[in-house]
Design a protein around this ligand. Sequence first.
Ligand code: IPM
Ligand code: MG
Length: 356
Amino acid sequence: MVKLGVLKGDYIGPEITNEAIKVLEAVKNKYSYDIELEYIEASGEAYDKYGEVLPQISVEKCKKCDVLLKGPFGGPTELVNDPKWRNIERDAILPLRKIFDLYTNLRYVKTVKELLDFSNVKREVIDGVDILIVRELVSGIYFGERGERRTEHGRECYDVEKYNEFEIERIAKKAFGFAMQRRKKVTLIGKSNILTSSVLWREVVNKVAKNYPAVVLDYMHVDNASMQLILNPKQFDVILTTNMFGDILSDEASVLSGSIGLFPSASLGENNFGLYEPIHGSAPTIAGKNIANPISSILCVSMMFEYSLGRPDIAKNIDDAVSKTFEQGYRTADIAKKGENTIGTVEMGEMIRRNL
Ligand code: IPM
Ligand code: MG
């Protein structure tokens, strides 16, 4: 029996997570798959109840799970200074990643045939794009020393980017492992003309590459890479990069296929434990209107079967059900062209379940 912890998230979080859960229920019936769900309070709802966004009691519950499904955390921009939302990233999201040592973050970008004309980038540039971004998730500038000091020029704040060999080596091995199952190319992205940490990444990754002679290793500076992603995205197979660059490049790459509302991510530790969450935020402005796209969350369930639960067959069934829904012409507002009919969050979930 598998135990899944569900952290529903804020604003559109519960709406889209509910659709993912319904898909999971359908999978459970179809495959007689033994999985038990436990709802775990975190973020806004935990703050309201415990005065903390990630209370110890929730962490303990997460530790008893085999895998976690999470909705986006966060409040509206106008409430950034509200004590409830002020530190959500540093007090809830980052600790969750760190406590479980979820160092491998996977985000893929695949273009969908039916949505090719919907992207802002030309059809011929994006047709056939299939990229896996492997982002280091528990180190770098997100977790480096930060602080503030007084200087003669006023307050000075700093955040340190740092990586050690162990951290780079373990994520590099993952990236090469994934590349072996794909088109056998890894592009390391850094800024080694400036940053010493990037120089270390290049050294360590070059060493790791020697154990994967079948894989071609390429290196690109991040400024060039961000241009290449739009100019010629088909040159990428696996992108390996740091926490910060991976954060930025994954948002950029999501544009290729039309909507950030389509993308799931996996954050993996050792032993298949994983946290699955959409790459987008909690979108307060569209919450409660039944218009958010649940596909990001539904595809989290697919990734979970693939990367944590060892059932690529079920993952494929979910992916195919989503593709079929596109073929049938169903669109939520974020992926609809002007004048095209749209369906709501719940209806999209329903259509995908039917196609399962
Ligand atoms: C992401 C998000 C997070 C990050 C934020 C919400 C802390 O942007 O998962 O990409 O920067 O990692
Ligand atoms: Mg991000």
